[in-house]
Every structure is written in structure tokens, then in C-alpha cells.
Design a protein around this ligand. Structure first.
Ligand code: FAD
Ligand code: NAD
Length: 446
């Protein structure tokens, strides 16, 4: 215990990666810690985000690969969605229980309930008051609902990740990460999927020529895309639903997924009353130390308006930064590395650091593009699309990378040190990689 004035040294509101990853190190340094969790311990990522999604996606990816290699690996592979969901439950449902047990075994408290500030050091949870020297807002994001008539008839990503039976037809609102990934899964599992685009662009942050290729692949698999859909309403039609869009157009489907984005969890927490500033769309306003407008209150992860990608590795990085800051081991401003991101479509798209679009506008960078599909290693799995672009600075150090391929997640991950350690030629050559491997292939282009 670092202080005797309050019940705790640090309380985290939320128990996701933005809280737990740094907290577990801080508690080993003698800090008295509690998490307040309104829903499942562990937060979005394990329960209804990354882990749940990828557990359902991996059999889908395998089936797609098998279709492509059908002349070699014979037989007609079909995904049994119900069995896939059972496998997800088996792998995911206990994570929250195990995570809570770990927290408690490390000496940290878990308080179940919705936290509301009554002053800068006090939270009210289920009518009880708990105090802390520092409080970290790590409340994440929640699904946005499109502002159309009967919007409540649609479902969100959490509902999809618990779908026991795949509907025959599905309308998906949006073409961001969740929309594109879930459309890929639903289509392979047998649903007739229609994407209702907000504009004529998808995955705006990614290299658009690669996004176009992913859309073409999705179309070839039978997914429909309606650009500038302009949705007005959702309605019931006996057992089905109708999406009213455009100029009196209708789409009749069994299920509607609203994947129109996620918004910060900042409401009904008493933030206005105690002076914590936030933006409805961007989240809690923080300075370069993740400190809010109230000195002893910090924000971490998706809910913090840092301008960084809202991803698990970002949440972990921020949580670990706060561990060192609170322990007095670091008094410097947070310095974000390049954070890799991947869209788990088929093929996947990955990106980190300086984007191709940014590099094309500046003479500070050079771009080297490779079409890898014909290389022997990618052809071993009959890869159809495998392209990448390396962005170099004037000293020819790697500063950005993007790839479209079935292996784009692994390729980018292996290149992270080259970007974040600003490796020169000698350092790159000192790193000897396994052969044959995707990693070896990615490094040899440096
Ligand atoms: C479908 C989906 C797929 C994703 N896939 C990936 C992926 O493949 N890779 C990746 O890197 N990222 C992915 N993400 C993003 C990733 O899940 C988030 O970036 C990450 O979970 C953020 O962690 P966090 O701790 O900031 O917030 P969260 O994990 O959302 O945790 C916030 C917690 O706070 C709780 N809470 C909120 N308000 C209160 C309150 N007032 N009182 C008490 N508790 C409260 C919530 O119940 C929640 O448990 C995905 C997200 C979704 C939705
Ligand atoms: N692979 C991953 O790492 C992964 C996967 C899923 C989610 N995530 C994280 O979760 C966050 C949320 O994902 P997401 O897909 O919900 O958000 P997103 O911001 O990626 O996509 C939102 C989509 O909804 C559309 N849209 C916005 N307003 C609309 C409206 N009024 N009507 C119709 N469409 C509208 C947008 O044009 C966009 O296509 C992402 O930012 C990402 O950080 C990451």
C-alpha cells in the first residue's frame, strides 16, 4: 500500500487490456489495486472481440484455403457453423472466470458493477463508495447504432459472435473492420450477405488498391455491395426483416448486423460533474501522459482520445506506460511506436507506420512494391493474391509496410522490429531468420 488515505492506490474502471496488462505489474510493486467491471472480466478483446472472432475465423480460413488447394487436398470442405460456435464457447467462455481468478490470486480486487464518479477520488458502485488515490478510466467502446427508424431491430458484433445458427441471409451496415471480417465468415458459413456501404469506400485507413482487391474477392465469393446505401429504416416482415434504403428500395433479410462503428463509453459516469473532459466520438481527452483534465484521473485504451488505432496492442502499450509512470520509473511523455493492424478478411490486409498514400505525397520516402503471388513459397499453398509495399526513409530504413495476402498478419508481425528499432542494413543482416518461412520471405526484401 502506497497511501493510507484511500481504499486503493489505483482503481481501474474496466478490466480489459487497457487496465489489466499494466496493473498486474504494478501490483507486484506493492500497489493496492481494484478493477470495477460492469460486464465480463477481461473486457471486449477476449470475450467479444479479437479472441472470440479469431476462434470462429480460423476454421473459415482453413476452409477457404482448402477450396483453393482442392486439386491437392481433395474433398469438399464445409464449415459447420454450430460446431464452430461450440468450439468458440469451449475456448472463450472460461476466460473471464480464469482472468478474475488470476487478478485475485495476485492480490487485486474485482468489484462487479457500473462505476460512477461522485468526486475525483470516489466511485459509487452498486450504492457503495470506494476511494482511490489514482483512477484510470479504461471503459473502452460500445457499438454505435445507426440513426434510422426501428434501429433496435438490428444486431451488433456481440450478437454475431454468439450466433448459434447462421441465418440464410444477412444485411451488414458499414464496411469497416467488423463488417468486412464478419461478412467473410458469414459468407463462407453459407449466408447470402449484402453490404450496405455508407459511401463508395471501404476500410478507409488501408491502401485502397488492396481494399479494392479484397472487395473483388468478396464479390467473387457471392457477397453483394451496395454503395451509398442511404438507409432509412429497418422493418419486420413476418419472420424476416426489411431494410429500406436509397430511393424506395428494399432488402429482405433474415438478420441485420449494424457494424457502423463503436463509440466511447463515457456516459452516465459523472465525468461532467467532476470536470473530466471528453469528446462523444473520440473519447476522454488526455495529455501526453494519459492524464485527463483532472490531475489524479487517467484514461487508457480505446476510450482515451490519443489518435492511435483502437486495438488491443495499443491498450496494452498504454496500460504498461501507466504502470511505469505510477511506479515513478518513467516521467517522460508517452511515445507511441508504429502499431501494426490487420483486417482478417480473405485475403487479409495489414498495415503499419507510414502509409503508401502518405509516402506517395512526400519526397522523404521511397516505395518498393512486390508481387509475391508467383513466388515458390506462396505457390506451395496456391496463393491467388500476395502483394506488398515497403516504405523506406532517405537512409533506406523501413518506416512503413502494407500487404494483402493470406499471410499478411504474420508478415507484418515479423517486420515490426525493423520499423520500431529503425534497423540499418548491418542490424538487419545480423538477424538470421528461419527458412523456409513467411518471415524469411518478408525480411529478404529489405
Ligand atoms: C468484434 C471485435 C473484434 C476485434 N478484433 C480485434 C483484433 O483482431 N485485434 C485487435 O488488436 N483488436 C481488435 N478489436 C479491438 C479490441 O478488442 C480493443 O481495442 C480492446 O479490447 C480495447 O481494450 P480496452 O481495455 O481499452 O477496452 P475493453 O476491452 O472494451 O474494456 C472496457 C471494459 O470496461 C467496462 N466498462 C465500461 N464502462 C464501465 C463502467 N462505468 N463501470 C465499470 N465497467 C465499465 C466494459 O464492460 C468493458 O469490459 C476488436 C474489437 C471488436 C469489437
Ligand atoms: N482486426 C482488427 O484489429 C479489428 C477487428 C474489429 C474491430 N477492430 C476495432 O474496433 C473498432 C470498431 O470497428 P468497426 O468495424 O465497428 O468500426 P470502423 O470504424 O472500422 O467501421 C465503421 C463502418 O461504418 C460505416 N458507417 C459509419 N457511420 C455510418 C452510418 N451512419 N451509416 C452507415 N454506415 C456508417 C463507416 O463508413 C465504416 O465503414 C475499429 O476501429 C478497430 O479499431 C479491430
Amino acid at each position: 500500500m502506497q497511501n493510507n488515505k484511500y481504499n486503493y492506490d489505483v482503481i481501474y474502471i474496466g478490466s480489459g487490456h487497457a487496465a489489466f496488462d499494466g496493473a498486474k505489474k504494478l501490483c507486484k510493486k506493492g500497489f493496492k489495486i481494484a478493477f470495477v467491471e460492469a460486464d465480463a472480466v477481461g473486457g471486449t478483446c477476449p470475450n467479444w472481440g479479437c479472441n472470440a472472432k479469431i476462434t470462429l475465423d480460423l476454421p473459415i480460413t482453413l476452409a477457404k484455403k482448402q477450396h483453393r488447394m482442392n486439386s491437392i487436398v481433395e474433398g469438399d470442405t464445409k464449415v459447420n457453423w454450430h460446431a464452430n460456435m461450440q468450439n468458440k464457447h469451449a475456448g472463450i467462455d472460461n476466460i473471464k472466470i480464469n482472468r478474475e481468478a488470476t487478478m485475485k490470486s495476485l492480490g487485486m480486487d474485482v468489484i462487479h458493477g457500473f462505476a460512477k464518479f461522485t468526486d475525483a477520488h470516489t466511485l459509487e458502485i452498486n450504492g457503495e463508495h470506494v476511494t482511490s488515490d489514482k483512477i484510470v478510466i479504461a471503459t473502452g467502446l460500445t457499438p454505435h447504432k445507426v440513426n434510422v427508424e426501428n434501429t433496435e431491430l438490428s444486431h451488433d458484433s456481440k450478437d454475431f459472435l454468439n450466433l448459434d445458427k447462421m441465418p440464410k441471409s444477412m444485411a451488414i451496415v458499414g464496411t469497416g473492420y467488423i463488417a468486412m471480417e464478419f461478412a467473410t465468415m458469414a459468407n463462407e458459413a453459407g449466408a447470402d450477405v449484402t453490404m450496405l456501404m455508407h459511401s463508395d469506400k471501404a476500410l478507409r485507413g488501408f491502401y485502397q488498391p488492396y481494399v479494392e482487391k479484397v472487395i473483388n474477392e468478396m464479390k467473387e465469393s457471392g457477397i453483394h455491395f451496395i454503395q451509398n446505401a442511404d438507409i432509412h429504416a429497418f422493418n419486420r416482415d413476418s419472420d424476416n426483416y426489411v431494410v429500406n434504403y436509397g430511393d424506395k428500395q428494399e432488402l429482405n433479410v433474415e438478420w441485420i448486423l449494424d457494424a457502423s462503428g463503436r463509440v466511447p463509453m463515457v456516459h452516465n459516469m459523472g465525468l461532467e460533474e467532476i470536470g473530466v473532459k471528453y469528446d462523444d466520438k473520440k473519447g476522454v481527452i488526455v495529455n501526453d501522459y494519459l492524464q485527463t483534465s483532472v490531475n489524479n484521473i487517467y484514461a487508457s485504451g480505446d476510450v482515451a482520445a490519443t489518435g492511435q488505432p483502437n486495438l488491443t496492442p495499443t491498450a496494452t502499450f498504454e496500460s504498461q506506460y501507466l504502470n511505469h509512470l505510477f511506479a515513478g520509473e518513467n516521467d517522460k511523455a508517452i511515445d507511441f511506436p508504429a502499431i501494426p493492424s490487420v483486417v482478417f478478411t480473405s485475403p487479409r490486409i495489414s498495415q503499419m507506420g507510414v502509409s503508401v498514400a502518405e509516402a506517395e505525397k512526400s519526397d522523404e520516402y521511397t516505395i518498393e512494391k512486390h508481387d509475391m503471388a508467383g513466388t515458390w513459397f506462396r505457390q506451395a499453398t496456391k496463393a491467388k493474391i500476395a502483394e506488398n509495399a515497403y516504405v523506406f526513409d532517405k537512409e533506406h530504413r523501413l518506416v512503413g509496410f502494407t500487404e494483402i495476402s493470406d499471410d499478411a498478419d504474420n508478415t507484418i508481425d515479423t517486420l515490426v522490429p525493423a520499423v520500431n528499432m529503425h534497423m540499418n542494413e548491418e542490424e538487419i543482416e545480423r538477424n538470421v531468420h528461419l527458412f523456409p518461412s513467411i518471415g524469411h520471405e518478408a525480411w529478404k526484401n529489405l
